[in-house]
Design a protein around this ligand. Structure first.
Ligand SMILES: [Zn+2]
Length: 424
């Protein structure tokens, strides 16, 4: 138990550092969009992950696709291999086909060598756990729970329509365009990437190609590149699929999963399973019947104003209750909850190590933060699950076994999803 806790804690701390850099980059990106409308200062990616990788190289003003920089070249200083187009899985099955634009053989081997590949997509405990329908005010469409869903339950799994590098692939660094100035290099990169994605999509059955092109495209800065715009509006990062030809690993667009709407009060999480080549969407907390299911497209930390800036590329003006009713106090909670969890966790683990008694006020502060996070809609994020476990273990060490058990039971369903052991 404590092993997991420490692992989760370390994972969280590093994710936090990455999130911080993602926030500052997003802010910079937002600012540059306002001031220089025609220049794309950073290549877009897609919906944020809990574990964003640093992609500062792409926001670096010295970025020049013509000159591969030494530290960014692939291993053995060899240029990247040609990109390849695949249909997944092979052989095909009845769970749908994915088009995959692959950077090199490493990524392909990661999938093919994963235990159980090729397997069918996992099925949820009950069929039709969700429904895609209009919101009550009939203004939007969203995905709703059809009945009570327990924390950690699989909502559905699906093969993505398209999987491709999440950001500009390193292959494009060697584009032969020495006569172009910087203002003409980016369009060439975009045109090339658009063409690559088109060739990938061409491998899909016609109905799946049509489904992809009918998904929303909010990327106005990518006008003229319809596939790229749709890809970057709808993709989810695939954390466990990476190779050295990509800066941000891979991302996939789903027929149904990409229709989850954004909220800063998310109640689902997703994981990508290599063996079945599918995204799996889970309830991140208990969900009531008819409750809408939401994914956070951006990091949920920080003030309402900073979240607004991060959501601007999606054309989303978030109307969740946390955004509508934001106060200086709620902004402060969202800015500080990660460091506060870290501080309280350190205090208790220190006591476990030294054998000292945990002071009642430490537990009091934990329970207060737990309640504040629930009220603020932060109970559907992985940090909250790890925090529940810390509280449970703290109570246990203080001899309050039965209350401790309720905490440990509450986070049980999600723990396996966070650390990957529940992945089918
Ligand atoms: Zn919001």
């Amino acid at each position: 138990m404590k092993g997991f806790l420490l692992k989760a804690h370390a994972k969280k701390a590093s994710a936090k550092a990455r999130e911080r850099s993602a926030v500052s980059r997003a802010q910079l990106d937002g600012q540059s969009r306002q001031t220089t409308e025609t220049k794309t200062s950073a290549f877009p990616t897609g919906k944020i992950n809990q574990t964003e990788r640093d992609r500062s190289v792409l926001t670096d003003s010295s970025f020049d696709p013509r000159e591969p920089r030494k530290e960014e070249t692939v291993s053995d200083d060899k240029p990247p291999e040609k990109m390849s187009f695949f249909s997944m899985p092979q052989p095909a099955d009845a769970d749908g086909t994915s088009a995959w634009l692959v950077g090199n053989k490493t990524a392909m081997a990661q999938v093919i060598d994963s235990p159980g590949y090729p397997s069918r997509t996992p099925k949820p405990p009950r069929c039709d756990m969700t429904v895609f329908r209009q919101t009550i005010d009939q203004q939007k469409w969203g995905i709703f729970a059809t009945g009570l869903i327990k924390s950690g339950e699989l909502l559905f799994a699906e093969r993505p329509l398209l999987v491709a590098p999440r950001s500009v692939p390193k292959h494009f660094r060697a584009l032969p365009c020495p006569q172009y100035d910087d203002g003409r290099v980016m369009p060439l990169v975009l045109e090339t990437y658009e063409r690559m994605l088109k060739l990938s999509l061409d491998r899909l059955p016609a109905d799946r190609q049509k489904t992809f092109m009918e998904l929303p495209n909010a990327r106005t800065e990518l006008a003229g590149y319809p596939i790229l715009g749709t890809f970057f509006t709808n993709n989810f990062g695939i954390e466990n699929l990476k190779d050295n030809t990509t800066y941000d690993g891979y991302a996939g667009v789903c027929e149904m999963g990409s229709r989850f709407r954004h909220s800063c009060r998310p109640n689902i999480m997703q994981r990508f399973n290599l063996a079945s080549f599918s995204f799996q969407f889970y309830a991140a907390r208990d969900v009531e019947a008819n409750e809408e299911l939401f994914y956070a497209f951006c990091g949920v930390e920080g003030s309402a104003a900073s979240r607004k800036a991060r959501l601007a590329p999606y054309g989303i003006a978030c109307k969740c209750s946390s955004c509508l009713n934001a106060t200086p106090e709620s902004d402060l909670l969202r800015t500080n909850f990660q460091s506060e969890i870290e501080r309280l966790t350190e205090q208790t683990t220190e006591c476990w190590k030294t054998g000292n008694k945990i002071r009642p006020e430490v537990l009091g502060n934990m329970l207060k933060l737990e309640q504040d996070m629930i009220k603020e809609g932060l109970d559907g994020i992985s940090e909250f699950t790890a925090f529940l476990m810390v509280i449970g273990l703290t109570l246990k060490s203080m001899g309050q076994s039965s209350v401790a058990e309720t905490y440990l039971t509450r986070c049980k369903g999600v723990v396996g999803i966070i650390d990957g052991s529940a992945s089918a």
